[in-house]
Write a protein that binds this ligand. Structure first.
Ligand SMILES: [Zn+2]
Length: 155
């Protein structure tokens, strides 16, 4: 059973490197016993020093744990304010934490699915940040025509 797990993880890592859904600088894999002397291993796949995907003994039947910059993925998905909630709705997503594949984990999902999601969520977050910044700037300079500010920002 154990070698089936290792084989699957290795194949998934190969695909992470091959598909390069996000630019890949470095992938590190570590296997640590669940507890001292245990045969059950916890495997951590670290991508680019900031994304950690922790695969427990039940993986792929159980969902992995995802950390971004050593914080639980949930914090990364949390909506920080009502303003962001509204902007998020405009992108067609009600809530990032409710739309992650980790909520409805399927055995067929792989590390690449998680990376694809992170990439998609990063894009949504970038759009929201951009939207907020543009509005702030437009409000700050009410006497300068919007198109001049936008021309400048979009340069
Ligand atoms: Zn949610």
């Amino acid at each position: 059973m154990r070698h089936v797990f290792i084989k699957r993880v290795n194949k998934e890592i190969e695909e992470v490197i091959k598909d390069e859904i996000i630019p890949i600088q470095k992938v590190t894999t570590t296997h640590i016993p669940e507890e001292p002397g245990s045969k059950n291993m916890i495997t951590t796949v670290e991508i680019n020093n900031n994304i950690k995907i922790i695969l427990g003994k039940n993986y792929p039947f159980g969902k992995p744990k995802v950390l971004i910059n050593d914080r639980a993925y949930f914090f990364y998905l949390k909506t920080p304010s009502d303003r962001v909630t509204k902007l998020l709705k405009n992108t067609g997503v009600d809530c990032l934490c409710c739309s992650t594949i980790l909520c409805d984990w399927l055995v067929t999902y792989q590390i690449n699915h998680i990376l694809r999601e992170i990439k998609k969520f990063n894009k949504i977050k970038r759009e929201i940040k951009y939207n907020i910044v543009v509005k702030e700037i437009l409000n700050k300079y009410p006497n300068i025509p919007d198109h001049l500010i936008l021309d400048y920002l979009l340069e």
